[in-house]
Write a protein that binds this ligand. Structure first.
Ligand code: HEC
Length: 177
């Protein structure tokens, strides 16, 4: 007779404790992948991409590069933000876009739902793309620490390839063909 109540209790706890399988999630994934791209990844990458440039004009060649301590310090801030955004992309449970948000170019872009399915079906591949961007950004951090504009431009190209690699797999795979 002793077994019955305890088995009954186990049954009860199974019934009413669906969430007891593990602790509640620690992360609050209010922002979507799209939000992170638009608010964190893109503006910080753009800052880095545009920091070193050579423009040929009628008046001659204009070289743009960080010069002062503050210029380099500001670059580092943007590199840190970009680098850490790669961790934000890996937080589990994040939506690709808010429900109802559509692709801007549905003919070449996958829908957010399809992108989410692709991510969930092979999470290791998604993580690998995030790591590739992380590691590309550490190259930028080194170039900034060395205060070397040429190295910054080269690191920018590596970052750009990391963006493209992920986009070609998840965002507009049709363009790959
Ligand atoms: C780990 C994969 C991944 C990496 C790395 C990545 N992106 Fe994205 N990005 C996506 C996905 C998926 C979308 C499509 C989400 C959407 O907009 O619906 C996207 C969309 C975007 C968008 C459109 C945002 C919008 O408002 O629709 C921009 C801009 C963008 N990425 C810029 C970048 C840049 C710049 C980099 C590199 C510095 C980068 N991304 C690296 C996965 C990635």
């Amino acid at each position: 007779m002793r077994i019955f109540p305890s088995a009954f209790m186990v049954g009860l706890s199974l019934l009413f404790c669906g969430a007891c399988a593990g602790p509640p999630p620690e992360y609050r994934t209010t922002a979507t992948v799209k939000d992170i791209m638009d608010s964190v990844v893109d503006p910080n990458a753009d800052y880095l991409f545009e920091s070193v440039s050579t423009t040929v004009t009628a008046k001659g060649i204009i070289e743009k590069a960080p010069k002062t301590d503050d210029d380099w310090k500001e670059m580092r801030r943007h590199a840190v933000a970009l680098m850490e955004a790669t961790n934000l992309l890996q937080i589990p449970g994040r939506l690709v876009a808010q429900p109802g948000e559509r692709s801007e170019n549905p003919r070449i872009e996958l829908s957010p739902e399809v992108i989410k399915t692709l991510i969930d079906s092979d999470r290791a591949s998604w993580i690998q793309h995030a790591h590739t961007l992380h590691d590309a950004t550490t190259g930028m951090m080194k170039a900034i620490a060395a205060r070397n504009a040429e190295q910054v431009a080269a690191a920018g190209d590596v970052i750009d390839k990391a963006c493209e690699g992920c986009h070609k797999q998840y965002w507009y795979p049709e363009q790959r063909k």
